[in-house]
Design a binder for this molecule. Structure first.
Ligand SMILES: Cc1cc2nc3c(=O)[nH]c(=O)nc-3n(C[C@H](O)[C@H](O)[C@H](O)COP(=O)(O)O)c2cc1C
Length: 353
């Protein structure tokens, strides 16, 4: 039997040459207007042999920005930058979707370079420090609670960002619903203390996330929209007490939209098999992630537990990861000191085999 890692696949409308996905990774190399730079074009071009690239998180609007030098996908200059990225990846035969990441309350104001509100479901600050300019950890700002009448415009920002992605020639979008950012802040009771129709029971906490997915699906077609979850991930102050109670109903509701895929960071929880939970509540494709190797990824695909597998850190120092896995070649190790330094070194200077 051929190794399923190297067989083609289809996620909604997106055709993949293999089932090795590059996981989204924030790398802080955007330009002064938060636009993708030539350096980013080169970085993604080098990694285009992945069956699918999921880009670093990109903010759908200025207030969505929380980190230093993260790209946006809301201005014409940013869309132009993404067009160069998309063209470069397509010229190498690859596929690429942009991850839409609104940080919500996870904002170090000095990272932004402009003045804007910090907004969240409720006025509860993120308890964790996050990287500030040049990667030095700093405290997050106190957010103000989003007013109910602001919600339609927030949903519309995501739909417009999805349209911008397609206009740039990207193959689709992935909604970041993990790691304690805005969508996760709505889903999680630690950050969502609202007493209106967007807070309380899970039916209410998922109202905004589902509205965003539905609006993006309507804007660009459901077959170009995926989303990412990480049940049980405590990152950025999330309550992890009962992830199935949140994510099973959320995924079931999302399933009705006929989306391209769900991408799951499997936290290896003792009391919840996230992949089995997904198969029980989700009829579409599953991309599995977290600490996988060529061997464990192949085993997940062979067992039918996932349809594709994603690798994050392995892609940092191995732009030709697919060829290396095919050849059984050793993997290079990343220079973790240069993850967020904004320069070429530790970014585009890792050689192929
Ligand atoms: C430098 C770095 C930046 C990351 N940025 C993001 C991000 O922007 N969005 C996201 O969903 N996950 C992000 N992640 C998480 C990765 O997508 C992935 O889930 C994680 O690295 C585990 O996969 P791995 O074991 O294959 O590395 C990031 C991880 C790293 C190492």
């Amino acid at each position: 039997m051929p190794n399923p890692l190297f067989t083609p696949d289809r996620l909604g409308e997106i055709e993949l040459a293999n089932r090795i996905v590059m996981a989204p990774m924030t790398r802080d190399r955007a330009g002064p207007g938060d636009e993708p730079t030539e350096l980013m074009v080169e970085y993604y071009r080098q990694r285009a042999s992945a069956g699918l690239i999921v880009t670093e998180g990109a903010q759908p609007s200025p207030v969505g920005k929380g980190y230093w030098r993260t790209p946006g996908i809301h201005s014409p200059e940013q869309v132009e930058g993404w067009r160069k990225v998309a063209d470069a990846v397509h010229a190498e035969g690859g596929r690429i979707v942009v991850q839409l990441m609104h940080c919500g309350r996870v904002v170090v104001p000095a990272n932004r370079g402009f003045e804007a509100d910090v907004i969240a479901p409720s006025a509860v600050a993120c308890p964790d420090d996050v990287p500030g300019p040049d990667g030095v950890p700093a405290p997050c700002a106190m957010p103000r609670a989003i007013r109910v009448e602001e919600i339609p415009a927030l949903v519309a920002d995501y739909a417009q960002a999805a349209r911008n992605a397609v206009a740039a020639g990207l193959d689709g979008v992935e909604l970041h619903c993990a790691s304690g950012y805005l969508i996760n802040q709505f889903l999680n009771p630690a950050s969502n203390r609202r007493d209106d129709q967007y807070g309380g029971a899970i039916e209410n906490r998922m109202r905004f996330p589902i509205a965003v997915l539905a609006a993006m699906a309507e804007a660009i077609g459901p077959g170009r929209v995926g989303f990412r979850i990480a049940p049980g991930n405590p990152y950025n102050g999330m309550d992890t007490s009962d992830p199935a109670a949140t994510f099973a109903p959320f995924v079931k509701a999302a399933d009705a939209l006929g989306l391209a895929y769900v991408h799951v960071i499997d936290m290896g929880l003792e009391d919840l098999d996230s992949l089995a939970m997904l198969r029980a509540n989700w009829s579409g494709a599953i991309i599995a992630n977290n600490m996988l190797t060529a061997e464990s990824g192949e085993a997940l695909l062979a067992a039918g537990r996932a349809d594709a597998v994603s690798f994050g850190r392995a892609f940092i120092a191995n732009p030709d990861l697919v060829a290396r896995m095919r050849a059984g070649a050793p993997l290079a190790r990343p220079d973790y000191a240069r993850l967020y330094t904004g320069e070429e070194r530790g970014y585009t200077d890792y050689p192929a085999l």
